[in-house]
Design a protein around this ligand. Sequence first.
Ligand SMILES: N[C@@H](CCC(=O)N[C@@H](CS)C(=O)NCC(=O)O)C(=O)O
Length: 229
Amino acid sequence: MCEMKVIGRPGSSFVGRVELVLKLKCIEYEYLEEDLDNKSELLLKSNPVFKNVPVLFHANRPPIIESLVIMEYLDEIRPDIHPILPSNPSERAQCRILAYTFDTLYYPWTKEYMLSPENERKEELKNMIIKGMVMLEEAFVTLSKGKPFFGGDDIGYLDIVVGSFLGWFRHFGIVFGFHAITEDRNPKLSEWVKSMWSHEVIKSTIASHEIHVKWRKTLLDRLEVCIPA
Ligand SMILES: N[C@@H](CCC(=O)N[C@@H](CS)C(=O)NCC(=O)O)C(=O)O
């Protein structure tokens, strides 16, 4: 029996982060698929405040929520295999600041971009995302020190935080013709995207375009339910 279990949902980048770390650290886990339209007792009991996925269970310890917290937890309990956070405290702090920025700004912008029916707002968000990716390019240059990943020679914390959204970036390109990362604006990040997609663990974890299409449809359907007639 696996001592690690993850409640997840296909196409969730946040769940993808956790699965990426588990795979990179060669930790076996059981995946418990959640129906977010009909939440299980297990989810409601283990994450009663946010009621979202991922949730990690490790043996009999209390459940752990929030993808970034879970990532750090896994790094702490398995520091010997594929460490993901840099050992230098200042670089670690930079990584955490960028992850926080990504989750509190860039992610809500991308979510609103894909759900907004208004072209004017979409255009505004597109420009905000583009600026965000230019800032991320600068951070990449500093942190990667000329190596292919934020983490250096191999995938690290920020590669996972940002890379878990590569499926959505691909989706935006296919569906809206919007490329958040381009060679002229983000030459280094474009190389990074190629390195990421050629990494076996990334290829086998990021959900397919079809799953992203379904997930976006679910989110749009939910919005319709919420709009008063
Ligand atoms: N900050 C959370 C965000 C998690 C999140 O938003 N998960 C979504 C799936 S991608 C979810 O479970 N949403 C609940 C719902 O749709 O009802 C994290 O990093 O884990």
